[in-house]
Design a protein around this ligand. Structure first.
Ligand SMILES: Nc1ncnc2c1ncn2[C@@H]1O[C@H](COP(=O)(O)OP(=O)(O)OP(=O)(O)O)[C@@H](O)[C@H]1O
Ligand SMILES: [Mg+2]
Length: 327
């Protein structure tokens, strides 16, 4: 089966003069109904990548190379008209500031009607029924359909934005920290609802988050970015026990201890590199406890090993599987 999403060697810069090379050479596939979590420290390029996959990148961001295919369509050459259509039917995006995406001068109900009517859904009752159904998924009562955004809390608006993104049954939902405005209990509940919902009505999800703990628990696959590159990808089931990249290992060490959630936990020493000049070296080398000379003189490729994709010269020797391919 072809993947739903295929991203090949995607690179994105900010600016033309002295650009920030925010995303470099990213290749990624997402299968139909797969839930992929994308994690990494602030500034590693998660949102830049998520936006570009939806072709919502705006200047100064520009895709400098690479390919994006979604549901068999070349996402790089789609006409603006087709793109507008596809953006709701094929793919929906919930942004970090999703709650601000709601129109302040329309009731919530009118916004559901608008989106559905623009995409050929007719019949007031049917539209309302579908709106109530998706609102229920995020635990919002139908009464809000008569309300305006300013009458609602931030958390409610965020959940409504999630519901709105689901209303046309997209094949792929990209969520960028959609739940940071919500308290932890509500956040977990919504994600669990979404997961349950995906069993009845499958869609693929690219879920962008700082919270590796949450992603490990809920996603099928975890993709870890560091300084604009993918450094590791593996099944969430196996990652907690066996993270290979030293950066992933550091992220896992810095997870709060479930036995002592309020205790202090280790941050990762050092800070991410400047992305104006990319050295011919592993980007993590300056912070890596396992660094060797070779790491400082060549950029390790992302090796696709049996159960993990890994960008690390040192640890790839340790993975007890045959090398299949490299990119
Ligand atoms: N408009 C911009 N102009 C220049 N550089 C930018 C711009 N927006 C983002 N960047 C840079 O691109 C890199 C990636 O940023 P991005 O917002 O994608 O990271 P992120 O992983 O989503 O971070 P966060 O977790 O904080 O949301 C960062 O180094 C950032 O400084
Ligand atoms: Mg971001």
């Amino acid at each position: 089966m072809n993947p739903l999403v295929t991203v090949e060697n995607l690179s994105i810069d900010y600016g033309r003069q002295n650009p920030v090379h925010a995303v470099r050479n990213v290749s990624l596939t997402i299968q139909e109904d797969e839930f992929v979590g994308l994690v990494g420290e602030s500034g590693c390029g998660k949102s830049t990548l998520g936006f570009a996959i939806a072709r919502l990148e705006r200047p100064p961001a520009q895709i400098v190379s690479g390919r994006i295919q979604i549901a068999g369509q070349d996402w790089m050459t789609l006409s603006p008209e087709k793109m507008r259509q596809a953006r709701w039917d094929t793919l929906a995006v919930v942004l970090q500031s999703g709650m601000n995406a709601l129109n302040p001068i329309m009731t919530i109900g009118a916004q559901f009607h608008d989106v559905m009517e623009q995409h050929g859904k007719t019949g007031r009752a049917a539209i309302e029924q579908r709106a109530v159904e998706v609102l229920d998924m995020v635990q919002i009562r139908p009464e809000v359909l008569r309300r305006y955004p300013h009458e609602l809390s931030g958390g409610m608006k965020q959940r409504i934005a999630i519901a709105l993104s689901l209303v046309l049954n997209p094949k792929l939902v990209i969520m960028d920290e959609p739940t940071t405005a919500l308290d932890m209990v509500v956040q977990r509940q919504i994600l669990e609802n979404l997961k349950a919902l995906r069993r009845q009505q499958p869609f693929a999800m690219l879920f962008i988050s700082h919270d590796l703990g949450l992603v490990l628990e809920l996603a099928d696959e975890v993709v870890v970015m560091y300084a604009g590159e993918i450094v590791e990808r593996q099944r969430s089931r196996t990652m907690l026990d066996q993270a290979w990249h030293p950066y992933t290992q550091a992220l896992i060490r810095s997870l709060p201890d479930p036995e002592n959630p309020k205790g202090s936990y280790a941050g990762i020493p050092g800070s991410p590199p400047d992305l104006h000049t990319i050295p011919n070296a592993c980007m993590y080398a300056p912070r890596c406890p396992l660094v060797q000379e070779a790491c400082k003189s060549s950029l390790p490729p992302l090796e696709s090993l049996a159960d993990v994709d890994l960008r690390c010269l040192v640890m790839q020797e340790e993975v007890p599987h045959v090398v299949k391919t490299s990119t």
